[in-house]
Design a protein around this ligand. Structure first.
Ligand SMILES: Cc1cc2nc3c(=O)[nH]c(=O)nc-3n(C[C@H](O)[C@H](O)[C@H](O)COP(=O)(O)OP(=O)(O)OC[C@H]3O[C@@H](n4cnc5c(N)ncnc54)[C@H](O)[C@@H]3O)c2cc1C
Length: 412
């Protein structure tokens, strides 16, 4: 078992850190004070990431995908600097479906995708269906060449500014389907939500009222159409080997797990790494302050109770990081334990980040509570982590179900 990064992973991490400190960190304070990014502001952030090759077109994804740990490193490092921007980037992932979209959509949107000019969102939560998302009511009923969509989604990251939405709905048989909804072609209304942390991240409700979405935008239809004949080669380039894709770990995972559980295995291990990055930012600030601040004639870092706090913060942060990379690696390997591991990592690391951020405030004394320092933002941002992508309680129940077996699910 190797707990360290390879040389090239370390180089990637260092270059990401340099990019984040130079290009992203200077934007944080002003935008966090201003509130949710407008579409233009969000696109400006995504275009910065494009400069370092981070995007959702085939070329960028295969560059990043050549070592998927790079994606995990990106999650940890970008959340360390600015959770709102990191969430914007991460939740744009449904835009990747443009790569295998019907010809007409690809013609229109691929140039934008290549320039990071498309924003995506993933919509499953509803006002009456949060943890219990199986009770969702949004429906998509076939009507000629379209699905007619009705329903409301809530708490959708990027929702108000997204061009494309990966929408989860029930079809006419009550079965769950995934639709790629292009807002310009299939208009729907949005409204903003304001929240405790991640203040610059646009979050909102989506309202679908007789919204018509082409049948071919059903994700499963898109995958099936792309898989036929030479379509994949057209999309992925001449060197693409469909047999290799069929044997790939992702395909194994898709065939053994429900699609939302595959998505959640990656999202949750990514959230654990996000939490580790955010905890690290708070810990770094606390260490720096403990060296600099003196009371009773000596630096507070020499007080044993402060060192005990630092011990606990370091243990929580390192454990979160190890759990996060472990779970992410299991997801990459399409390991059957990925579901349990990602819930364990997410549940642990998100609570740990709240504790670390709180201890960092304590070490700073009064100025830890002042908005002149980033500590209060670290705390508000960390507090956001324990709800999205499944609350801590739900992660505990998933781990319980995975350890004990199907008959023991406490959440159904
Ligand atoms: C900032 C933010 C961003 C988000 N982004 C997205 C997004 O991009 N897309 C999306 O679809 N959703 C998103 N969500 C929604 C998120 O996934 C839900 O908020 C979450 O699943 C919880 O649902 P709920 O808020 O309805 O709480 P509820 O499910 O109503 O839960 C309320 C409380 O009851 C507890 N509870 C529920 N069931 C049980 C049980 N069986 N046993 C014990 N306790 C239980 C919960 O843990 C919680 O403490 C986001 C949420 C936030 C806050």
């Amino acid at each position: 078992m190797d707990f360290g990064f390879t040389e090239s992973q370390r180089m990637f991490r260092d270059s990401i850190r340099e990019f984040l400190d130079k290009e992203i960190a200077p934007l944080v304070d002003e935008q966090e004070k201003k509130g949710p990014m407008s579409r233009e502001e969000a696109l400006a952030v995504l275009k910065k990431f494009r400069k370092i090759g981070v995007g959702f077109d085939v070329e960028s994804m295969s560059d990043m995908g050549s070592d998927p740990i790079a994606i995990a490193i990106l999650a940890e490092e970008s959340f360390r600097v600015w959770p709102a921007a990191a969430g914007l980037l991460g939740l744009t992932f449904p835009a990747a479906l443009v790569n295998i979209a019907p010809d007409d959509m690809r013609r229109r949107l691929l140039p934008k995708l290549k320039e990071n000019e498309l924003i995506g969102c993933y919509a499953i939560t509803e006002p009456e269906a949060g943890s219990d998302n199986r009770s969702m009511r949004t429906n998509a009923i076939p009507d000629g060449d379209f699905y007619r969509v009705n329903g409301t989604k809530t708490w959708i990251t990027n929702g108000p500014v997204a061009d494309l939405c990966m929408l989860v709905a029930n079809d006419e048989k009550g079965e769950r389907i995934f639709l790629l909804v292009e807002r310009e072609q299939s208009p729907y209304q949005t409204s903003d939500l304001h929240k405790l942390g991640w203040k610059a991240a646009p979050t909102g409700e989506l309202h679908f009222e007789d919204c018509l979405v082409p049948i071919e935008n059903n994700m499963m239809n898109m995958i099936a159409a792309a898989a036929t004949g030479d379509r994949l080669k057209e999309i992925m380039g001449e060197d693409f080997d469909p047999a290799r894709l069929a044997r790939s770990r992702l395909m194994t995972m898709m065939s053994t797990m429900a699609p939302e559980n595959v998505i959640f295995a990656f999202l949750r291990s990514g959230m654990a790494l996000a939490a580790a990055g955010m905890a690290q930012a708070a810990l770094d600030a606390a260490v720096k302050f403990a060296r600099e601040r003196s009371q009773f004639g000596k630096p507070i870092g020499r007080m044993q109770l402060i060192q005990e706090k630092l011990f606990n913060m370091q243990a929580l942060t390192v454990t979160s990081r190890l759990l996060g990379y472990w779970a992410f690696q299991l997801a990459i390997n399409a390991d059957p334990e990925a579901r349990m591991a990602s819930s364990l990592a997410k549940g642990y690391a998100c609570e740990a980040a709240v504790q670390v951020a709180s201890d960092a405030i304590q070490i700073h004394g009064g100025i830890g509570l002042s908005d002149e320092y980033p500590l209060e933002r670290y705390f508000r941002d960390a507090r956001m982590l324990t709800i999205p992508d499944g609350t801590t309680e739900i992660q505990k129940l998933i781990v319980g179900r995975e350890l004990l077996g199907k008959g023991f699910a406490a959440y159904s």
